[in-house]
Write a protein that binds this ligand. Structure first.
Ligand code: FAD
Length: 469
């Protein structure tokens, strides 16, 4: 008899209930990660996320080895892979931490049924969300559609449970070797061209990297998070998003580390940071209730919205950070170089695509899916729909970010712009936000669209949608 722990988006030993439970069971243990891009409906991973996954798995394998275990890698549709592995190892227990996407839940449910029919005890645990989506409901039992009451209900439902310490020693795999794929043969890393240099300079995937990010954040930026989070030129936010995406750090650990540092009254800055974690919960709750969040407008009236097909040149300008609007371009280049973009700039860059270029939000969502190291099935579409106005508790469509005003306000000195757009270096703090007004600047493009007319076009299109309601 033996146990299988199936790790998915929970690539950690710390606060990993499935692993801790396996220690309690005490039987020989097989820890497996399955690269599944074949089960029905499962969305293939984007390029940046694949890069991260490679390094995260390498780091996890090393940590498991230190704890006396090994990481088994398998590829294929998860159902048949798990069934095969259970037969190979004579598994009596199958343990995992829950996930919330529609296709993933269908896979897990099918495996659970199969396990029950075959005398295998399959058990799942809460690990990646502070509040299980089905436990936070309105008075009438439905899901919340607005963030603030959702988060209030979460807070009212009690303090998240305490995190569990990482097991120092895991049950050994037992007799008989279980075959594993070789990580490098999964070809998760980009080869030609290898665009990952900037990612490697920016990030340390894995549990150790996640914990040091949290420490750095709690040692300083958290104290000024309320204002600092809006300034893209400083490290005012935690940059935990890719670590949370892969479950390299548990939200319970993040929550309680903050508690330890701020034992009595939480400061307003801490409260704001916690509510950002709440937005993550809200996005997952939205996905849980709307499995088609990445493809379907949350507000169905937007099905009639007259998106315009952007020209190839416009779309390329946006993707490559050559729209002629410095804040949008700096953001898109930060994304390309580092796999991450500051939240305020994400909003401005997304608004530019869906409003000034009038492109369907799904085009932008797909680009972010491929290029973000934190791209996930809930936060990415939920935030795109938020910007587009088609989402839950969304920013109203008529709220159109002005990239020039935003850049003057949040990057007054042009620090962020200079970091990612070297062509703008000759311009001073005043001129840098509107480079088309400076004569003789070389190498930086003219604006792809004018702001006033594209804004008018967007508002007129929105008005037509409202008129036909
Ligand atoms: P912090 O400010 O330190 O916040 C802490 C944590 O809270 C984040 O790590 C994240 O887990 C969560 N969080 C903060 N803001 C949001 C939010 N608006 N929605 C959901 N969770 C949030 N975030 C992703 O994790 N994955 C995505 O694919 C993603 N796509 C986005 C697309 C668009 C168009 C926009 C506007 C935002 C998107 N976000 C996404 C949300 C947000 O931009 C990032 O979570 C944040 O910038 C990550 O940086 P941080 O870890 O320093 O955040």
């Amino acid at each position: 008899a033996s146990t299988i722990v199936w790790l998915r988006d929970d690539l950690r030993l710390d606060d990993n209930p499935a692993l801790t439970h396996a220690v309690d069971v005490g039987l020989p243990l097989t820890v497996v990660y399955i690269l599944d891009e074949e089960s029905p409906g499962v969305r293939p991973l984007g390029g940046a996320v694949k890069w991260w996954l490679h390094h995260s798995l390498a780091s996890l394998a090393a940590a498991l080895k230190d704890a006396g275990s090994t990481l088994v890698l398998r590829r294929g549709p998860a159902g048949p892979v798990i069934r095969g592995l259970a037969e190979e190892t004579g598994a009596k227990h199958l343990l995992w931490n829950r996930r919330y996407g529609g296709p993933e839940r269908a896979v897990d449910a099918e495996i659970k049924t199969w396990a029950a029919e075959n005398g295998i005890d399959a058990a799942s645990f809460q690990a990646s969300l502070l509040y299980e989506p089905w436990t936070i409901t309105t008075g009438s039992g439905g899901p919340y559609k607005v963030f603030t009451p959702f988060w209030r209900a979460c807070m009212a439902s009690g303090e998240p449970r305490k995190p569990m310490d990482a097991p120092t020693h895991l049950p050994s795999p037992g007799a008989g070797r279980v075959a594993s794929d070789v990580l490098s043969e999964w070809s998760l890393l980009p080869v030609s061209p290898d665009w990952s240099g900037g990612l490697a300079r920016t990030w340390q995937p894995g549990e150790a990297g996640a914990h040091s990010r949290l420490d750095d954040f709690l040692d300083g930026p958290v104290n000024e998070y309320g204002d600092g989070r809006d300034v893209p030129g400083v490290e005012g936010t935690s940059r935990l998003s890719p670590h949370l995406r892969f479950g390299e750090i548990s939200p319970f650990r993040v929550w309680h580390e903050i508690r330890l540092r701020f034992p009595r009254e939480a400061t307003p800055d801490v409260g704001i940071f916690r509510s950002e974690l709440g937005w993550r919960e809200f996005c997952w709750q939205l996905l849980y209730v709307n499995p088609q969040l990445a493809t379907r407008n949350y507000r169905p009236e937007f099905d009639r919205f007259e998106w315009q097909e952007p020209t190839a040149a416009e779309l390329e300008a946006w993707r490559q950070g050559r729209t002629g609007y410095p804040l949008v371009d700096a953001g898109m280049r930060q994304l390309w170089q580092t796999g991450w973009m500051h939240n305020r700039v994400r909003m401005a860059a997304a608004s530019f695509l869906v409003k000034n270029l009038l492109a369907d939000w799904r085009l932008g969502e797909a680009w972010f899916w491929d290029t973000l190291v934190d791209a996930d099935a809930a936060s990415n579409p939920a935030n795109w729909q938020w910007v587009a106005g088609s989402g839950a508790d969304a920013s109203p469509y008529f709220r159109i970010f002005n990239p020039v005003t935003q850049s003057k306000k949040f990057d007054a000195e042009g620090r962020y712009l200079r970091e990612f757009i070297p062509e703008l270096a000759p311009l001073d703090r005043k001129a840098i936000h509107e480079p088309w007004k400076s004569l003789g600047l070389e190498g930086y493009p003219a604006p792809v669209v004018g702001l006033p007319e594209s804004r008018e076009r967007a508002l007129a299109t929105y008005q037509r949608l409202k008129d036909t309601q």
